[in-house]
Structures are given as C-alpha cells and as structure tokens.
Design a protein around this ligand. Structure first.
Ligand SMILES: [Fe+2]
Length: 370
C-alpha cells in the first residue's frame, strides 16, 4: 500500500496577529525519513521557517541529530563547539550534553532523576532576573514574564551560525499562562503559555523597514565581539530582551581568553534564504560589537551600535509579529536559525519539571548576504 504524502499546513495565526510564518507537517516518520520526505521538509522549512511535528514521543536523540545534520551534511559539531566548557560562558549553566549523542543538549527546569544516560540532573529554566537590568517583582513572578534574550543560536566566534535548530519537548508542565511585559514604556504585552518559545521572522523584520533602512542593512556588516558569551557575562539586558543595556559592563579584552583575530565573525546583517532568495535581517543583538559600513567606515562606539540595531529590530518584536509556541509533550519544532530570532520565555516554580532536547550544528558555510 502506498504511503500517503506528508501534509504541510500553515499555522493559523490568532486574531490580531500579523505573523506570516510557521507550519505543521503531518504524516512523516522522523526515525525513517526518506530523501523525498526530507525534500518536502526542507522546502517547507525555507518557506515557513518554523515547522511543528506533533506526537513525536518516540523520537530518539540520534534521529533528532540526523534530521538536524541533514540540512548541512558537512557539519558535525554542536553549534557552540566546545566553547561551553568555558565555565564563564553565560550559556554554560543552561545546557547538559547527552553522553551518547554529544550534539544534543538537555535543557529545561526542575529535577530529573535519569534521562538518556544523564543521572540526577538539576535543570534551571533561564530567568530574566539573571540577565535583565531590572526585573519583575518576585510577588508577581508567576503571573508576569518577559522575553529572556532574543537571539540566533550561534557561537559567533570561530564557528558559523547553524542552519537549523531542533527543539523537542519530552515533558511540558501545562496549565498556567503568563502575561509577557515589554516594560519599555510602550505598554505592549503578550499573553503566553507557560514556558513558551517565542519566534519572530527575520524576513518580516527586514520587510518592515523603510527603503533607506533596508539599504543600510543590506550593505552593512556586523562585527561580533570575540568570545561573546564571556564578554557579555557581566552585562545586563534591556527589558525587552533585545540587546544589552548600554552600561559598559562587558569584559575588557584583557579578561577574555586569548583572541585569535581570524576567528572574529564579521557577518552580513541580512541573510539570504537558500530556497526563496528572500532576505532576513539576522543580527544577534546581545553580541554585536561594531558596524562596518559599505564605504569602509567602522562604527566603533558600542552605545551607538546598540542604538542603531535596537531601532531597526524593535518594531518586529511587537506582539503582532511574535509566534509563541504552545508546547505539548512530543512536539518537535524545527526552525530556520538563519531566518528567525527566538527567545526563551517564562518563570517556572522549582517543582515544575520541564524536559527538552535541543540540537544544532555549527554550519560548514557562512551565511550569504544580499
Ligand atoms: Fe536558542
């Protein structure tokens, strides 16, 4: 009997939403993905950017890794390489490596006695209190939340940004919702399920810019800080999670591990979609250091660099452009890491156990600009 072809259904945005991305794929066995099915998945990914597969409870870490790798067969190392060994990296506490599949990381919240070769794991969902300059008062912490940190999954030093990331929900505590506050004077808020992952489209970010700003981002490049996650370890974020507060708390180069100038990343601000050719504004706002203009001028003043990028990115994280995924056990979300920005959201109670697996691979090629 012939297997029916998989179906790709665009997500239905709720009333008032303006998101134009996201799709659900049904009818695919991810443990035994044929070349033809993978072609469908890849095409859907580059048209819809965030792909949801439901009821994947049986998905092995190996199959998750293989799906991720299929987007870039020459890649093999986890997206942050071994940089996470550096205990000073702000990413270090959030990730536990699966021993038999080291490209796959366990993330989440609460105590997990045993999972995939990891024993007695204490997970901690990143909380904005530890990263934002100011925070929601403790007595309101379970009702209100923020975007923790808008980002692209990328080491941004030595290693190229991964093509895709897969996020797999093993266990999701359900029930509560929270009100996400922007706390930036706009009064904007967003109703979100507990522990959502929030996505915005880099293509919508680019398309929403004025022609003059589009020209600017098409022709300028971003230089990222060396060892960015150690560099920013003392700095604090804006209340929107979109970039750092201009306080000058970044570590001086003398306090960083040795810097190899060759490994510093200078990347285009817009990255071209390999299937549609459309442009996405893809800048990791916390890690930016300098802007290189088309005429060779370099903007070195960090406060100004941050102001420029914030102004360009902020409109596209307004509530109507955000897709907050409502996680259920067994969801596998595959996203175009070169076409979206995403953020952790939410504040869990210590006994709310959330268990997720994440995989991405440092890419074999840099992103292509316009
Ligand atoms: Fe991420």
């Amino acid at each position: 009997m012939a297997v029916p072809p998989p179906t790709v259904r665009p997500l239905q945005p709720p009333a008032g939403s303006r998101i134009n991305f996201g799709a659900q794929i049904d009818g695919i066995d991810l443990e035994n993905l044929t070349d033809q099915q993978f072609a469908t998945v890849r095409d859907a990914l580059y048209h819809h950017h965030v792909i949801v597969f439901k009821n994947q409870q049986k998905l092995s870490p190996k199959a998750q890794y293989e799906l991720t790798k299929r987007f870039d067969p020459a890649s093999d190392n986890y997206g942050h390489g071994k940089a996470l060994d550096a205990k000073r990296s702000i990413l270090h506490p959030d990730l536990k490596t699966i021993p038999h599949q080291p490209q796959v990381q366990v993330i989440g919240n609460g105590f997990v006695p045993s999972y995939e070769g990891l024993e007695n794991v204490q997970l901690k969902h990143p909380h904005h209190r530890t990263f934002h300059k100011d925070h929601i008062p403790d007595d309101k912490d379970y009702d209100f939340t923020r975007f923790y940190r808008w980002h692209i999954d990328a080491a941004l030093y030595d290693l190229y940004p991964p093509q895709v990331t897969t996020l797999f929900a093993v266990n999701v505590p359900k029930g509560r919702r929270q009100t996400l506050l922007y706390d930036d004077g706009t009064g904007e808020t967003l109703d979100v399920p507990l522990g959502t992952t929030a996505f915005v489209s880099g293509q919508q970010m680019f398309d929403g810019l004025s022609p003059k700003d589009q020209e600017f981002v098409r022709t300028s490049k971003i230089e990222y800080a060396p060892h960015p996650y150690i560099w920013m370890s003392s700095a604090r974020s804006n209340s929107t999670g979109l970039g750092l507060h201009p306080e000058g708390l970044e570590l001086p180069e003398s306090k960083l591990p040795p810097i190899d100038k060759e490994k510093i990343m200078i990347l285009p601000m817009v990255w071209k979609n390999p299937v549609t050719g459309k442009l996405a504004m893809q800048v990791h706002p916390s890690a930016i250091r300098r802007i290189h203009l088309a005429d060779g001028t370099v903007i070195d003043d960090l406060r100004r660099v941050r102001e420029i990028i914030y102004k360009l990115q902020r409109p596209a994280i307004s509530p109507q452009y955000v897709y907050p995924h409502d996680w259920e056990n067994g969801d596998l979300v595959l996203f175009n890491n070169r076409g979206v920005l995403h953020s952790v959201v939410g504040a869990f109670k210590p006994d709310e156990v959330r268990l997720f697996r994440q995989c991405n691979l440092a890419a074999s090629e840099p992103p292509v600009g316009s």
